[in-house]
Structures are given as C-alpha cells and as structure tokens.
Write a protein that binds this ligand. Structure first.
Ligand SMILES: [Zn+2]
Ligand SMILES: [Zn+2]
Length: 326
C-alpha cells in the first residue's frame, strides 16, 4: 500500500488509524482555554496584539481553541499588511480542519490540523503563517465561492494556488455502512463540508436498498466518496470515472486509505487502476460506452448548475437506473 502524500510527507494515514483516534482529537481537556473572542469585533479591541504568538491560548495538553489560532493568523496578516487594523476574526480566512469531523462545539487544535483558504494574502505572509503557526499545515490562495475542478470536457479547470505547506486534508464521512476517510488536496479538489447525515449518501442508500449486490458506475466520482460508499454497502462491482485527473489520483489514494488494494495501475491508458471488484477510469463521460459493460445503477454528481442532459444521454443505453444528484 502506498500512502505517501503528494508533498512527500506523512500527511496520509490509514482510515483505521484515523477512526480509532478521531473522537479524542478535538474536545478540550479540563485545562484547555476558550478566550471567548468575539468574531465581529475588531481583534485589537479585545486582546493585546503584542502578546499573540504560538503560546497564545495554548494549553499544557498541546492544543489551542480554533479562535486562538485564528487570532494568531490575523495578527500575522495585520503585521504583513494584508489586513487592516480594524479586522475581525470573521474576515480572516476559511479554516479547513483536518481530519474534519462533525462536533457540537468548536475544536481545540493540535499541530498540522488545518489548511486555510483566503483570496487576500501574499506569498510572504503565507510562509510566515506556516513557519510560525504550528496548527496550520497549508495556505491556499483562492475564493471559497468558486468550485475547484473541471465541470465538463468543454470547460477550463479552476484550481486554488498552494502558497505554502501542504494542502492535503481528510474528511471523515458518516455512511450507513460505516465511516469513510476521504482525502483531498484542496488546491485541486472541491471543498465539501461533511454533515452528520450526507444528503447525497441518503439518496444513494434509498436506491441501493432496492438491489442485492448491484453493479455501479460512479460516472463523476471526484475523490471517490459515493463509489467507495457503494463498495462498503456490498456492491458487486464499482466502476469509478472522472474527467479530472487530480480527482482520479485521489480516488486511488482513498480506495487504499479505506482498505481496498489496487492490483493494477497504469497512468498511460484510459483505465488508470483496478482492484478485486472495482476499476478506475479517467474519461470523458461520452467515451464510457467503450467499457462495454452494463450497470444496474449510474451515479451522476456534477457541479451545481451543470446541465446533466448530456451526461444522462451518454450512459442511458447501458445503465438500468440513473441517479442524478445535483
Ligand atoms: Zn502532504
Ligand atoms: Zn488542554
């Protein structure tokens, strides 16, 4: 199994390891401090900015409240002139926690536990954040409102820019068939905030319930969440496909993270990899008929607002039931 991160580091772990420790990662210990900072009030009116460093709000257990880390980020941004002196925590950046897990209260963070995204930052400031704030593992330049990836074969891809550190992070996804760990390098794969019950997985579950060991075509698989859910649910076979090669690389990584071994791997062909009961393709959806197989269920999960008619027409001859998600 190859779980090396694209940065060459140890950012990627097996799902069994993550799931074993996930419930203990974010809660406070009895000594942890919540400074109760207000999100909409200028930071300079609430704390002494000169006192903000890596020890600001730090507990002896090694964790800091999310707001203390955000205050540290904002302090560096103000020092570097990318935020003005009246800035608030609210307009600092989007924190993408890793591994992300739905909790009722704000998380207390440890080293390398979040990637941040903002459209107002310099490379120097990003380097300073990575060097001085232990909790931040990556800094991305981009707009959270613009989805990352490739909509269809006629579009240009959109990506965020990694300014410093590593952007690989993990979402823990709850499914009726057990929890999954889905990694994404967020510069190339869209952000999806996990919910306690995923509406997409609920749609899939209702269809899966009608079949016994169905065959599945996950035609727009992204990092593999829905197709891997189907494997966990006992699908006889799953064919993963996405036109966006970075998504396919993450699908292969996520199959391995969740315990599905890759037997065959070849980046030069349309078929990129396969294992015991799955195959992974990187094709335009129009070309999927050349696989020459029939499927019980096809999943189509496109970017919001994409016209799915072409997608449906491309697969309807060889798929019994088509689930269109967005
Ligand atoms: Zn990494
Ligand atoms: Zn503590």
């Amino acid at each position: 199994m190859n779980l090396k991160c694209i940065c060459g580091g140890e950012c990627v772990e097996d799902s069994l390891i993550i799931l074993k420790k996930i419930k203990q990662i974010y809660p406070s210990c009895i000594y942890c401090k919540n400074l109760k900072l207000k999100k909409f009030k200028p930071l300079k009116d609430q704390i002494e900015l000169d006192e903000v460093n890596e020890n600001f709000g730090l507990c002896t257990c090694g964790k800091r409240h999310l707001d203390s880390v955000m205050a540290h980020i904002l302090k560096i941004m103000m020092d570097e002139g990318v935020r003005d002196e009246n800035s608030t925590l609210r307009n600092t950046c989007t924190p993408l926690i890793t591994p992300s897990y739905t909790t009722n209260s704000s998380p207390y963070l440890r080293t390398n536990s979040m990637v941040i995204l903002t459209n107002k930052i310099t490379k120097n400031c990003a380097n300073k954040i990575i060097n001085e704030i232990p909790e931040v593992k990556g800094v991305l330049y981009g707009d959270i409102r613009q989805t990352v990836g490739l909509k269809d074969s006629k579009s240009e891809p959109n990506t965020y820019k990694l300014l410093a550190g590593c952007d690989m992070r993990c979402d823990v996804i709850c499914t009726p068939y057990g929890e999954l760990c889905i990694y994404r390098n967020q510069a190339e794969i869209h952000v999806e905030i996990p919910k306690p019950i995923s509406p997409k997985i609920e749609i899939i579950r209702k269809v899966l319930d009608k079949y016994k060991n169905p065959t599945i075509l996950d035609s727009t698989c992204g990092p593999g969440t829905l197709g891997i859910t189907c494997l966990k649910a006992g699908a006889k076979k799953v064919v993963f496909n996405d036109i966006w090669y970075p998504a396919i690389k993450m699908t292969l990584q996520n199959l391995q993270v969740n315990g599905y071994n890759i037997d065959f791997f070849d980046v030069t062909k349309g078929l990129i990899g396969s294992g015991e009961n799955f195959q992974v393709y990187c094709q335009d959806i129009n070309k999927l008929e050349t696989i020459n197989e029939k499927f019980d269920i096809c999943i189509i999960d496109t970017f919001p607002g994409v016209n799915t008619e072409n997608f449906i027409n491309s697969v309807k001859e060889f798929c019994t039931e088509i689930i269109v998600i967005s």
